[in-house]
Design a protein around this ligand. Structure first.
Ligand code: 6PG
Length: 254
């Protein structure tokens, strides 16, 4: 049995982490241009973890840096750790150091989750901030132009970890999530918000992800165990992966 199907799903398998970073960075440029051609700011949610560092660095440097109209980008995060913004574990800090400090964006364009606050309060505040930036009416679900996310070796994505409460939260856009396996609480997009995306891109590199990726894409539908299976955006779902992460995938029938 399989889960909900996105409108379109594409798996892009590239040679290595460098090629994945290049593709992920070029996707940002392409989608930013498309949003601005449609006459609105580019609303993008960045991912946490370590994988985004490489493609952030490519966006922060020539030639890609010059190809983005940075004044019309609205930055969000798909999840955050419950730490202050200058903490080494902060997803915001990682993005600030690898991208935001190097490009001409104003503070008003950067919408971080307040990991330093009470998680439940921070989640509600973030929903309000998203609503304000998108100009939403109560109950609307915003459609991000692009949501980046990663995947852990356990098949988690965003901060939707196996067997955690947030997996079944459908009436919120953003929620706090107690993660016993990490002895922590996170703040995360829900599947309701993630699955409204025009395009959601998993960026996955490394052999340690191979088992989970094969289970997520080709295994039995078991989203409590493999939460990445819950991701099925109304728009396009793209997996940008390297050969090491794709090593356990069976060849696709045409
Ligand atoms: C986080 C991320 C998380 C991450 C995966 C992959 O806050 O940690 O949002 O979902 O994307 O754990 O992390 P790596 O890129 O470090 O492998």
């Amino acid at each position: 049995m399989s889960g909900p199907a996105p409108m379109r799903r594409e798996i892009e398998t590239l040679a290595d982490g460098s090629a994945v970073a290049q593709a992920a960075a070029e996707l940002f440029v392409t989608r930013a241009r498309e949003a601005q051609a449609e006459g609105h700011d580019f609303r993008v949610a960045l991912s946490g973890g370590s994988t985004p560092r490489r493609f952030h660095a490519l966006l922060a440097a020539s030639p890609l840096r010059e190809q983005v109209d940075w004044a019309h980008v609205q930055f969000f995060w798909g999840d955050e750790r419950c730490v202050p913004p200058d903490h080494p574990d902060s997803n915001y800090r990682m993005a600030r150091e690898t991208l935001l400090d190097a490009v001409p964006v104003s503070p008003e364009q950067v919408h971080r989750m307040r990991g330093e606050d009470d998680p439940a309060q921070a989640a509600h505040a973030y929903e309000a901030e998203i609503g304000q930036v998108f100009g939403l009416s109560q109950g609307d679900v915003p459609r991000f132009d692009l949501i980046y996310t990663g995947m852990g070796p356990d098949g988690h994505t965003l901060s939707l970890f196996p067997h955690t409460a947030a997996l079944t939260v459908k009436d919120r856009l953003v929620t706090e999530n107690v993660v016993p396996q990490l002895n922590t609480t996170r703040i995360t997009f829900t599947t309701t918000l993630a699955n409204q995306a025009a395009l959601l891109a998993f960026v996955i590199v490394g052999a340690d992800k191979a088992n989970a990726l094969a289970e997520v894409l080709q295994g039995a539908y078991n989203p409590q165990q493999y939460p990445s299976q819950l991701i099925a955006p109304v728009g396009e779902l793209r997996f940008i992966v390297d050969q090491a992460a794709a090593a356990k995938l069976a060849p696709q029938s045409t």
